[in-house]
Design a protein around this ligand. Sequence first.
Ligand SMILES: *Cc1c(COP(=O)(O)O)cnc(C)c1O
Length: 402
Amino acid sequence: MSEAGKQAFFDGLRENLEQLRGQGLYKPERVLASRQGAEVVAADGRTLINMCANNYLGLSGDLQTQQAAIAATERYGYGLSSVRFICGTQTVHKELEAALSRFLGMPDTILYAAAFDANGGLFEPLFDENDAIISDALNHASIIDGVRLCKAARYRYQHNDMADLEAQLQAAADKRHKVIATDGVFSMDGTIAQLDKICDLADRYGALVMIDECHASGFMGRTGRGTHEHHGVMGRVDIITGTLGKALGGAMGGFTAARQEVIDTLRQKSRPYLFSNSLAPSIAGASLAVLERLSASTELRDRLHENTAYFRAEIARIGFTIKPGTHPVVPVMLFEAPLAQRFAARMFELGVLLSGFFYPVVPMGQARVRVQLSAAHTRAQLDTVLAAFAQAGRELDILPRA
Ligand SMILES: *Cc1c(COP(=O)(O)O)cnc(C)c1O
């Protein structure tokens, strides 16, 4: 390639990046100098209360989890240098797959390097042009990509709209196999999919049900099994995908749980599984310890829901508008993008880490800061955060200046 040709390529990238900055859409990365937790230390040495991690059960920086990872490393080594089917399967991987099946109440489970891979490699091996995938309009990017890689006909229903889901099921009536695909919980609003109704519609129209439990596994439902437990439909969901990188430890890794025929097919044909490395033994061992801990006691899950109920009640009492609900994702609505940006920046100065979201990530006029509760937050930390909300709210004329 000529120098001029190369230069044009790099210039194009730079212009795109400048455009992103100009539109306020550029995503800077915050650098932490500490482990993940309720409090983190920024690279500049400042301590911040962290309200934007998916660290729902507080296990990311947890010492017990860390010890389990070290123990697994001591026994199984650092890595496998192999995919699973060549020489990359250790007893710890089989134990974790069995433990996930038990925890989720599903027949069988397959591990992936990430939930993104689990979703990306799910649809193509199972469905073809004779079949239909009926997908919630706000599903996670990894489901959208997985569906794109599959030849099945695509039907999209309006977010969380059961009437439209039914209309799409009717539209797909002549297809051989049908599968409804939805996030169990949608991370922008903390909206919980109406799985009871979805399962009823699936029964009526002869469809399978697939849910992505990344924002649910470990803490939704009475014993933390997920959205299917929350809605009383354990045993009625056909395929569950999820992550080991949020509540269930927080390092990385993903999984798909389903009947054995499905899992066996994925082991033979799912490309991110076949052509990508085994999960590190440290992660498999630590995840196993996490599942044992969550099966023995609901203490962490209970503390998370107590923190969530407290924060939701107090932030509303102070005078902020939140999206109603029960999930530890709490969208605090500020409506206008510049205000959401200024608010998040002021909270940062006040020692609270949280993220602002605005168009196009959320609809125009729906800008917000998103708070995520953790079992690791103390009541004192939540009170500090609430006081900062009150102060920033008064300073920015969101709340009356008493
Ligand atoms: C985070 C997330 C993923 C991706 O999980 P990774 O394990 O980090 O790849 C997939 N789906 C949903 C709904 C998520 O929130």
